[in-house]
Write a protein that binds this ligand. Structure first.
Ligand code: SF4
Length: 374
């Protein structure tokens, strides 16, 4: 049962029937249609309109029911999903990855330390194993396996791939499509020890895609988790939200006051492409990353998220002029048309930087720098 759209809600409001109170604004919205659209997005309380019928209240409550419960285990949220496919809306909580430490095993301490210290860095994020679950005892900051049993969580012991996959699909479909409360608990798959890590990786990958909310492993292998975390990041990243990095001045190869200065936006892909090149240059450099809602340079420019005024203000805020003697800032070649405007706004902020048009592609930065005089 999908959520109601604004149009479906509107049909029940006075505005659709041209009845008394049409567009009366008492709800704080300019029209009934505006109220309907806000209500569909859960941005306004249905009670704000005194003329909503009981019919609409019932239907709205029915359609707005959360298909899946959200539960929190040691600060890690799982479940709360509303859709079968990410493109329908978005996924809410990524599949948690948990590892068992059995305190009866003679090597448990070594395993525990390895899990605790495991960390990978991906697109501006440091990622660790989400949960350590203990068996036969308790450790600080870990959850006991027995305690998981008290949570509203459906555990599937992975004995057979097809049967586990079928159960996961059935539960998610019943929860999302039928809003069947008997299927509203998050799911978790338990993997017993195996020597076949390839098959474990393949199965776990499938269950991340469809539709496990948590995976519990008796085995811990760094390569396995590297692969699963990369996959999970791809599945659970919301494509509607551009990946962005922090807007600040980044330093490469220990720059000093005479080092060259580049400038770009905070779109993650652009940043990493440029940062890779700057890291491998034989000279130190700065990279000014301007805030642009994670948009690439041309998109940001056309959406007015990269205007000369904004760039000049960012430079002023970063106080770079006080830190360096270099007075040339290299902008992406795609923004060549902004050179004069940028220089004018920079002067308006009482800064004396000169704008130099750089390369269109990040991979040409090396050649550009060879002939560049700061
Ligand atoms: Fe329409 Fe109700 Fe808002 Fe009046 S209070 S504008 S009837 S939605």
């Amino acid at each position: 049962m999908a959520e109601l759209s604004g149009l479906q809600i509107f049909k029940y409001l006075p505005g659709a029937k041209k009845a008394e109170h049409t567009n009366c604004k008492e709800c704080g919205c300019p029209t009934c249609m505006a109220f309907a659209i806000k209500l569909a997005k859960h941005q306004i309380d249905i009670e704000k309109c005194n003329y909503v019928t009981d019919d609409l209240k019932d239907i709205f409550a029915q359609h707005s029911k959360q298909p899946q419960k959200t539960i929190e285990i040691n600060g890690v949220k799982i479940g709360g999903e509303n859709v079968l496919y990410r493109h329908e809306k978005t996924f809410i909580n990524k599949t948690a990855l948990a590892v068992i430490v059995n305190l009866n095993d003679k090597n448990w301490k070594e395993k525990f330390e390895k899990i605790k210290n495991f960390e990978i860095h991906k697109i501006n994020e440091n990622i660790k194993i989400d949960l350590i679950i203990t068996q036969n005892g308790k450790l600080d900051n870990c959850i006991k396996y027995e305690d998981l049993k008290n949570l509203p969580l459906v555990e599937i012991i992975d004995e057979n791939f097809q049967s586990t996959a079928n159960k996961l699909i059935e539960i998610r479909k019943k929860a999302v499509l039928e809003k069947d409360e008997n299927y509203s608990s998050p799911t978790c798959v338990y993997f017993k020890h195996t020597n076949d890590l390839y098959s474990l990786c393949a199965k776990a990958s499938y269950y991340i895609c469809k539709y496990a909310n948590m995976l519990i492993f008796e085995d811990f292998d760094e390569n396995l988790f590297n692969a699963l975390i990369s996959l999970r990041q791809n599945i659970f990243t919301d494509p509607q939200k551009p990946l962005q990095v922090e807007s600040k001045v980044y330093e490469f190869n220990n720059p000093d006051e005479n080092s060259i200065i580049f400038l770009t936006t905070n779109f993650a892909l652009t940043f990493f492409a440029v940062a890779n090149e700057l890291e491998s240059l034989p000279v130190p450099s700065y990279l000014i990353v301007t805030p642009a809602d994670g948009m690439s340079v041309l998109t940001a420019w056309s959406a007015e998220k990269f205007t000369a005024k904004m760039v000049a203000k960012t430079l002023k805020n970063f106080k770079l002029a006080e830190k360096v003697k270099t007075r040339k800032i290299i902008i992406p070649g795609l923004l060549a048309h902004m050179k004069d405007e940028l220089e004018e706004e920079i002067q308006n902020e009482n800064l004396d930087f000169e704008i130099v048009v750089g390369t269109i592609d990040a991979f040409s930065i090396g050649d550009f720098v060879k002939n560049f005089k700061p």
